[in-house]
Design a protein around this ligand. Structure first.
Ligand code: RRO
Length: 341
């Protein structure tokens, strides 16, 4: 055969193969990959999440309907508002003020109490298709135990212990800042419930690794890092503090580098505990930073105020694009990578 003719035949065969055979092979291969594995799926202390984004406690977490709205926005799990034994009205207004790059709140743990909320958990379980984590607080070891046990009996898939609210006396960070008390609460709750116990830590300590180690030794199944940073705002016209409670907790973009450092420190101190990053996460880039620092999932709260519930889908879409661009097969492969020496 003439060389030119040979080349024409070869190129035609190649074009035929490329246009007609490869697409068929590739399409069926791609479809198989998508159907068989979801690259965003994560498992945290036995909880199966379709993606690593979680609604943070305190935002849209009171009713089954708002939790369902967040699920429809693309969250992989949801955390309720913190619930105690008795109803609490919370602090008088103003309870929230905008800061330079975030919000300062002192809501004061408003909640309907576990008797009332148990019905909401039961209803939420009938309409949610993602894990429901109930945030729990108490004024004593026994109160944490009571609320956690009731929440699990009502259907909670896990509890998140709020040992980190920065501005309510005799609970929250007053417990989380004391490793002995922190251990007692966790041990008691662990002995009372069969579901995962997640512990939400405070950044308002000298060394968060100390709190993390105490929590892990007491049996915490996972840690959330972190709750809000103690903060305040003053009105120059009235010359008084803006919040009725004077001091509150700072959340949003301003706290992101602090929260990220906390996750990194915890991972260095506790190599095996699953960590949920929380603090100023509003984009896939933020989420990726937390995953690289050691988090297996991230909680999103304040960003919902600016972006709405579509923030969850935006983050997961960006995450998937990043994984493809960097040639990772799943989100699990990037967890901890910032710790490589
Ligand atoms: O309700 C609140 O004021 C509140 C809680 Br429970 C919390 O954990 N963190 C926060 O900043 N505010």
């Amino acid at each position: 055969m003439h060389v030119g003719m040979f080349l024409v035949v070869l190129l035609s065969a190649f074009a035929f193969k490329r246009n007609f055979i490869f697409p068929i092979v590739q399409t069926s291969f791609r479809r198989k990959v998508i159907l068989e594995s979801n690259p965003l799926r994560v498992s945290i202390a036995g909880l199966e999440l379709p993606n690593p984004t979680i609604l943070a406690s305190g935002v849209l977490g009171f009713s089954a309907e708002t939790l369902s709205r967040v699920a429809k926005g693309g969250a992989g799990a949801v955390v309720s508002k913190s619930i105690g034994v008795e109803p609490r009205v919370g602090y008088p207004n103003p309870t929230v003020v905008q800061a330079e790059a975030g919000l300062i709140n002192a809501m004061g743990l408003p909640n309907p109490g576990i008797d009332e909320y148990a019905g909401e958990i039961e209803y939420a379980k009938t309409i949610l298709h993602i894990p429901l984590i109930v945030s729990v607080f108490g004024y004593s070891v026994e109160e944490y135990e009571t609320v956690a046990a009731r929440a699990v009996a009502a259907g909670a898939d896990a509890v998140e212990l709020n040992v980190s609210c920065p501005h309510v006396q005799s609970t929250g960070s007053e417990i989380g800042q004391n490793p002995r008390l922190l251990s007692q609460v966790i041990e008691k709750v662990k002995s009372a419930v069969s579901k995962p116990v997640i512990v939400k830590l405070t950044p308002n300590v000298a060394d968060i690794a100390v709190s993390a180690k105490a929590a892990v030794e007491a049996g915490a199944d996972a840690l959330t890092a972190v709750n809000t940073l103690k903060a305040m705002a003053i009105d120059t016209e009235t010359m008084r503090p803006v919040l009725s409670h004077i001091k509150g907790g700072l959340s949003g973009a301003a706290v992101k580098p602090v929260a990220l450092r906390c996750v990194y420190d915890i991972r260095e101190a506790c190599p095996d505990v699953p960590i949920i990053g929380c603090g100023g996460i509003s984009s896939s880039r933020d989420a990726i930073e937390f995953l690289l620092a050691g988090a297996s999932a991230v909680e999103v709260g304040t960003a919902i105020a600016w972006e709405g519930t579509s923030v969850f889908q935006d983050i997961t879409k960006g995450l998937e694009t990043y994984l493809r661009k960097k040639h990772f097969r799943s989100v699990k492969e990037i967890v901890n990578l910032a710790h490589r020496s």
